[in-house]
Design a protein around this ligand. Structure first.
Ligand code: ZN
Ligand code: ZN
Length: 183
């Protein structure tokens, strides 16, 4: 059984190594940085100057790689119907997720990096069936703005952690050792 989470950078994506480390710790899987190209042109809306997140998820569904989960990390601006922008989107309980660094930028690299790690872990959480969490410090809490992203933590609250461990176990991934459990 494949137990690798694939990260697919499109463009000059920052903090890839740190993102891979964070995903490895949170999801207890191998993490691979994929280098096959992804042509986003069909998801571009010239009227909005943005890329449609749902279309990118559909593109990813045909991406020819055998991984447990596939997260595209982009630097371009994303939108979804009815929303001005999205930080990312995922197939709930599915294989694919997409995250954009575009709206997460901060001149302080520590803040910028923390935002990217949180949003990647958040969207991956959705692919394991997790919903938005009412705990504002949980990485699964909903973020309407970067202020919300800055407020939440990079890890899962105990409730989400348990749900995630069950989901991971159902796919043959051994539970985390507890190092990512919050005190
Ligand atoms: Zn979400
Ligand atoms: Zn939670």
């Amino acid at each position: 059984m494949v137990k690798t989470i694939g990260l697919l950078p499109v463009g000059e994506v920052p903090f890839l190594v740190e993102v891979a480390d964070s995903v490895r710790r949170n999801f207890c899987t191998e993490v691979e940085i994929l280098r096959l190209p992804l042509d986003l042109s069909s998801s571009y809306d010239p009227g909005r100057g943005q890329f449609h997140a749902g279309s990118i998820l559909r593109l990813l569904s045909t991406y020819p790689v055998s991984v447990l989960r596939l997260v595209a990390i982009l630097t371009v601006d994303l939108y979804e119907h009815g929303l001005n922008f999205v930080f990312g989107e995922a197939v709930s309980g599915g294989r694919e997720a997409v995250v954009s660094t575009y709206r997460l930028y901060h001149p302080d690299p520590h803040t910028f990096r923390a935002r990217v790690l949180k949003e990647v872990n958040h969207e991956l959480g959705h692919t394991f069936g997790l919903k938005h969490c009412p705990d504002p410090s949980c990485v699964m809490s909903f973020s309407n703005s970067v202020l919300d992203v800055d407020r939440k933590g990079e890890t899962f609250c105990p409730v989400c952690r348990r749900a995630l461990d069950v989901a991971l176990a159902s796919e043959g991934v051994s539970p985390c050792t507890g190092t990512t459990l919050r005190r």
